[in-house]
Design a protein around this ligand. Structure first.
Ligand code: PLP
Length: 406
């Protein structure tokens, strides 16, 4: 019985092969490494029928994940998040067939748990003792939590402006945490220097190790499985480093190789905030890579990434699937966040809300048709960002009364 059909790693630019059973970072070209699998070997045990009987976690796709020994799996029950229909809100924006993959319902409250579960499991399996990363908050919280679960050390640096709760999660999990008075890129330079001077840590920044992507790709497998092995017409994804979007694209191509889905792919949409839209600018300019975005700022903190290492892969995924890239304003995304919560009872994070604002705009321009089945990735719970909703309500004295009518 093969638990993982991992065969090798591959440079995402030159396709040069690398050994998958030693600790690896980026390729010699300085670009991300992609995990490749022996599809025939995987397909012997991984069938759509076999999946039906497996536990509802992302580890159900273990043949197409990199962890070789089931005993190495570090899990808190992540994966198989709900794919919720949103009929009332969908009718409001003219997309009756609107669905939300709700990653708010996952350990640590953001989809970063997927990348952390698989990345930490594989790092520990390969003998790594500690992980180090810069983060906009959610990834740091997730990696700190899974590192604790695995018995690894974690060294984390995040901007002072990152969501406060993610600091608390890091400290609770025993991480060595630093706040940086700057952006994620500044934190990255500090971590990179620390890893080199200290030794003993693996740097696990976005796409600087190959396995976070493998965890995040499981969102793509789950969407297809939850739709009865159909793919939707459009998938909208809030894009920072782009790992989730690249991962979903990778999963779609793997499922085609497995013979699970047909030739038609969903149109992938990279959604950014107007205050940090390097991918959108590159897409519009017809460029293959992005330029660093100046003075980046948005309430959708998780997508404040002025320059992504995997930008060329995001742009390729969007173009090859006939998708697009679009930016929305903070005012617009905050408005849709409130509408969605009031219409459907789902309190999404601002990054997820950006995708709803984008869906609304793309329906108005006709990119999304009235009959399209559209999946929005809500990448985290709104509970991580309590200050996005102003609470202006009266405080009553103990003898207070509420008037009979509102
Ligand atoms: C990190 C993050 C994103 C962006 O994810 P990438 O894979 O880096 O593009 C989106 N939403 C939330 C809530 C995040 O924490």
């Amino acid at each position: 019985m093969t638990y993982s059909a991992l065969s090798h790693l591959e440079c995402s630019r030159t396709a040069q092969k690398y050994d998958a059973d030693t600790v690896q970072g980026v390729s010699d070209e300085g670009v991300p490494l992609l995990a490749r699998y022996d599809i025939e070997l995987a397909a012997r045990t991984l069938t759509r029928e076999a999946l039906a009987g497996r536990p509802a976690t992302l580890w159900r796709y273990h043949e197409m994940l990199p962890v070789r020994d089931p005993a190495s799996v570090v899990t808190l029950g992540e994966g198989m998040t709900p794919l919720l229909p949103l009929p009332r809100y969908g009718a409001r924006i003219g997309v009756p067939n609107l669905l939300m993959k709700d990653e708010g319902l996952i350990p640590t409250g953001s989809f970063k748990a997927r990348g952390a579960a698989v990345g930490v499991s594989r790092a520990a399996e390969l003998g790594v003792k500690g992980v180090a990363m810069p983060t906009n908050g959610n990834a740091g919280a997730a990696w700190a939590v899974y590192a604790a679960r695995a018995g690894l050390e974690s060294l984390i640096a995040m901007p002072v402006a990152a969501p406060a709760i993610t600091r608390t999660e890091c400290v609770a999990a025993g991480a060595e945490l630093y706040l940086v008075d700057g952006l994620i890129g500044d934190a990255g330079k500090i971590i990179n220097a620390a890893v080199r001077s200290r030794g003993g840590y693996q740097e696990v920044s976005t796409l600087k190790e190959p396995y976070r992507l493998e965890g995040k790709k499981t969102m793509g497998y789950e969407i297809a499985e939850q739709l009865g092995w159909q793919v939707p017409d459009v998938i909208l994804y809030p894009t920072g480093g782009g790992v989730g979007l690249i991962g979903i694209w990778k999963a779609l191509l793997e499922m085609q190789e497995l013979g699970w889905i047909g030739p038609r792919l969903p149109r992938l949409v990279a959604v950014q905030a107007e205050g940090c839209a390097p991918i959108v600018d590159a897409f519009t300019a017809g460029a293959d890579v992005s330029e660093p975005f100046p003075d980046a700022h948005t309430v959708a903190f998780g997508i404040t990434v002025p320059k992504a290492l995997g930008d060329f892969l995001v742009l390729r995924a969007v173009r090859e699937t006939g998708g697009t890239a679009i930016a929305v304003s903070d005012d617009d995304l905050l408005l849709e966040q409130r509408r969605l919560a009031a219409d459907e009872g789902t309190f999404v994070c601002p990054e997820g809300a950006a995708c709803f604002a984008a869906a609304r705009d793309l329906r108005a321009t006709g990119f999304i048709g009235a009959g399209d089945r559209v999946v929005v990735l809500n990448t985290g719970t709104g509970l991580l960002y309590p200050s996005t909703i102003p609470v202006d309500v009266p405080t009553l004295p103990v003898t207070g009364e509420i008037s009979p009518r509102r």
